[in-house]
Design a protein around this ligand. Sequence first.
Ligand code: TRP
Length: 450
Amino acid sequence: MSASRGQWSSTIGFILAAAGSAIGLGNIWRFPYVAGENGGAAFVLVYLICVFLIGLPYLLAELALGRATQKNPIGAIHSIRPNSSWVLVGILGVLTGFAILSYYAVIAGWTFGYIFKMLFNLQVSFGEFISKPWLNIFLTFLFIFFTIMVVIGGVQDGIERWSKILMPLLLILMIVLIIRSVTLDGAGKGLVFYLKPDFSKITGKVILEAMGQAFFSLSLGMGLMVTYGSYLPKEENLFQAGFWVVIFDTAIAIMAGLIIFPAIFAGGVKPDAGPTLIFIALPTIFSNMPLGNIVGAIFFLLLSIAALTSTISLLEVPVAYVVDEKRIARKIAVWLVGGVTFLVGVPSALSQGAVPFLSNLNILGQKSFLDLMDFLWGNLSLSIGALSLSIFIGYVWKTKNAVQEIAQGFELFRKPLLGKISLASLWSILIRFIVPIFIFIILLNVFNVF
Ligand code: TRP
């Protein structure tokens, strides 16, 4: 059974694949602009607390459920509570992977297109670029095609192999760009904004934004880590593996800020421009420096690599479901799911000016079709998914079963460390009480209750 559905060949392979999923547009595109809008360093500090207090415990829960059941999210829930409505949570997760991929690939397509725009110094504004219909359909197609090509190779020969090549490459490119960015004239002001917290900027809104960002960035809430955890062998130390994933994801987000804020302040641009920050401000800054087109092309190459290791994981969840439960050959499943995702992505690709109707939907306060998809799936569905999964794991599957799973490969987890308190008892309290309450608050925020 497990042989036919694949397994990671090594701990480092798993860590790189899971970190590859976590590290994506969320770290390099979204994290800097959200930090820029929410006060810089103060946001970064709150973000770090959310990642370790809420993100890491919840990540461990998803991994434990996956490894215990060796199944995709739907299969995992089904094997613990057969024929209950909890299975809906798994179904939501699988649908969410597919839906997020459909618009994530559109943005990833822009980053890919921008490699060439920078390299050949093409004179086209961001607004013009994203409103070209065929170009955007083509780029979305291309990105999903790349994703299919990796996922079709399977867990070990596709996802793991490519993650081992792409993640080190990403790291090297980032270091090169950080050095370039912090040595620009006037970079210092950017570093102060980014690293010196002004505590008066911490508000309720900042905390909620930080928490939502932590979940999206760590790929939590839709059972991705259940799926990746299901490919882990039993003797693996889940705690250690999960910890490294969180460290890598956080380090890359922090590093992305070290590229972007010094450059932005050096270029005299304001940090609170929002989603267009890296597509408009950065290219202008790059084009004003020697060899700027090459530096710019490297930046967008790096972003494309980060996005690719994330789209791979988004495709893997629905594919794993189809392979596990429908018994369809992996190759066919990948083409099928990938093809349908592309079709669903077309309206998002056309929603940035190409088709006026899709560009000005104004539904639920979201302007374009792409914004609406991100709101429904990237915010709402992930929060609902994370809340229900944490309740499922904490109260239905029960923390004692999860603890047993985590302790396999990590006996220290159950050992009393301080008096009678063990990591396991601390984790159980977090997963049953703290995590669901915090996620519930994020959910209320999604509905603008505050
Ligand atoms: N974490 C990725 C990013 O930061 C996006 C992503 C990939 C994701 N897989 C996911 C988000 C699963 C939520 C769930 O860009």
